[in-house]
Write a protein that binds this ligand. Structure first.
Ligand code: NAP
Length: 542
């Protein structure tokens, strides 16, 4: 194939979640043909796969959405502050319907490999069904927390009842009423799932390795007044997200540090903000909670004290107390009555780290070093291979047959989380070494950047966009340097998916750019203005 040969599509993207839908809009606006593939039976990404009870966004609804159409922002109405998976899913179908995106989407189609074609600069993608499709620009829109981690527990295949990962919730639903449920893992997923399941299950037992710092979500119904206020201020909301270090419409920085504030005043401010809910507690109280270890310790102590006000059994409260790592060094879940659930008679917490390690899964349940627990259902809420998992789940081959999996064996290297050397014309939306932030904001900023690059290539007649190795080395070094200055880098104490420390067969690594999402968005704009100095544009001879 030569560069002059026509491809099936200008752009092929994998993943029909927020990233895929956003790509369709912006690609079509740029006059490019696009097809989005997804192995799922519906669009929605995260909100198609994570159908567990209680699944909801932890970003507030009015900035957890796509912002490319002011008309759609006005037309859609949210029912609550943190919409559940069904509502998020309905919203995404609304976007696809309103914008007539369905002709660009192909569901139930798993792409198993993508191969760069050295002679043409094109990509050839193969499906599980044996079909092949070609494109000039290949976009990973697969999400940064989408590939489940399924630990290999001894005896896992012997369990007689349903056993599955929380992100592979049965599409037809699961009747757990009156059943005994075991949940392995105690992260954000379990924090959402436990209180809902405990209401009707006979019992729910959570097997916890590491306790989390958990903040209140404070769910609220949308009111006509609140909706009006939001809809009248969308420009400002979008602007706030674009300029916030976490991509959220928060009022920060606040211009004060805990370190300079008298202790009584610190308590007063914490107490005032706590009932407001969301991550706002971290970003709208003091500016130094994530930077100053002592300020961070005091905030962490406050969070723990709030948990102890709720959990009645002191032994359970002790097990729920996070130890040995700083507040926010693991992504703190938001609480919708998680702690209250531990006051119920039908809920039990098992400490599998220090007290009774998990030995095996049996035909009838879970055996620890101390006890045997019988279950009807076991759920693995064991997290994800963040940032790289989705891209590594298929075989993506770049120059000289190099696979992304092999390239990222030790270092998940990228340029701005978008490009990676030796993989020309491949663009990743929120790939490794991008920031961790409100996802729709980051996704849209990435899409603008990618589309600007593609437009430049089309307008100036280039065939190949070659990420430069020295630009990659520079970004990797910069991301590592920033990481070193954060709480995440405190020795080997932090066992977080944010560094890939949850993977058994991989070394922990720097997966996230912690310099601030707003700073990162500025860097992408600077790159556009400078003509994308991180990549080499080439025209192939005919
Ligand atoms: P997670 O935070 O990584 O939690 C996984 C849990 O499983 C942890 O408690 C972990 O223990 C445990 N675990 C993993 N492997 C294990 C093993 N071999 N044996 C025993 N325990 C094991 O995963 P998650 O709860 O699914 O959440 C992941 C991320 O997804 C969140 O941080 C968030 O960013 C996103 N998420 C978002 C929402 C939302 O916004 N609404 C909801 C859910 C998830 P250790 O901590 O000791 O590793």
């Amino acid at each position: 194939m030569t560069a002059q040969q026509k491809t099936d599509y200008d752009i092929i993207a994998i993943g029909a979640g927020f990233a895929g839908l956003g790509m369709i809009h912006h690609a079509r606006e740029a006059g490019l043909s696009i097809r989005v593939f997804d192995k799922a039976s519906d669009i929605g990404g995260t909100w198609t796969w994570n159908r567990y009870p209680g699944a909801a966004s932890d970003s507030e609804c009015y900035y957890y959405c796509l912002t490319f159409s002011k008309e759609l922002l006005q037309k859609w109405s949210w029912s609550v502050r943190y919409p559940g998976w069904e509502e998020n899913h309905r919203y995404m179908r609304f976007v696809a319907d309103e914008c007539n995106m369905w002709p660009n989407i192909q569901l139930n189609t798993e792409i198993v490999s993508a191969d760069y074609q050295e002679d043409s600069g094109h990509w050839k993608l193969s499906t599980a069904g044996g079909e092949e499709f070609t494109c000039k620009y290949f976009v990973s829109a697969m999400g940064m927390i989408s590939e489940p981690v399924i630990p290999n527990f001894k005896g896992m295949d012997t369990f007689k009842g349903p056993l599955f990962h929380s992100a592979r919730w049965p599409e037809e639903g699961l009747d757990y009423a009156g059943k005994r449920v075991g949940i392995i893992g105690a992260g954000a997923t379990t924090v959402q799932m436990l209180p809902v399941m405990a209401e009707t299950a006979a019992s729910v037992t959570v097997f916890q390795r590491t306790a989390n710092f958990i903040m209140p979500a404070v769910q609220k119904r949308m009111t006509p007044e609140w909706e009006k206020e939001i809809k009248e201020n969308y420009d400002e909301i979008i602007d706030k997200c674009r300029n916030h270090i976490f991509g959220m419409a928060f009022d920060s920085p606040v211009g004060r540090n805990l370190a300079d504030t008298p202790p009584d005043e610190v308590q007063r401010i914490f107490e005032e903000h706590w009932p407001r809910g969301s991550f706002r507690f971290v970003f709208e109280t003091f500016d130094d909670l994530l930077a100053n270890p002592e300020s961070n310790r005091i905030a962490g102590e406050f969070v723990i004290s709030k948990m102890k006000e709720i959990v009645k059994d002191p032994e359970v409260a002790e097990m729920l107390t996070p130890k040995g790592y700083p507040f926010f060094a693991k992504r703190p879940p938001l609480d919708h009555n998680y702690y209250e659930a531990y006051n119920r008679d039908n809920v039990k917490l098992v400490d599998i780290k220090d007290r009774e390690p998990l030995v095996e899964i049996t035909e009838t349940g879970i055996r620890t070093t101390e006890n045997e627990y019988d279950f009807d259902i076991i759920i693995l809420a064991t997290g994800f291979q963040a940032y790289t998992g989705a891209q590594e789940a298929l075989t993506i081959r770049g120059r000289n047959g190099l696979t992304l999996r092999d390239k990222w064996e030790d270092v998940s290297a990228s340029i701005l989380g978008v490009f990676t050397a030796d993989f020309p014309n491949l663009f990743m939306i929120t790939g490794p070494q991008a920031p961790f932030a409100n996802l729709p904001t980051s996704i849209e900023q990435n899409i603008h950047y990618i589309i600007d690059c593609i437009k430049k290539m089309e307008q100036e007649g280039y065939d190949v966009c070659e990420p430069k190795q020295d630009a990659e080395d520079e970004w990797v070094a910069h991301v590592a340097e920033v990481h070193e200055q954060t709480l995440m880098a405190q020795g080997d104490k932090v066992h977080s998916w944010m560094m890939g420390a949850n993977l058994e067969n991989r070394k922990p690594r720097v997966l996230i750019y912690f310099g601030g999402a707003n700073v990162y968005y500025d860097k992408m704009r600077d790159s556009v203005d400078a003509g994308f100095p991180e990549v080499e544009f080439e025209s192939l001879a005919s």
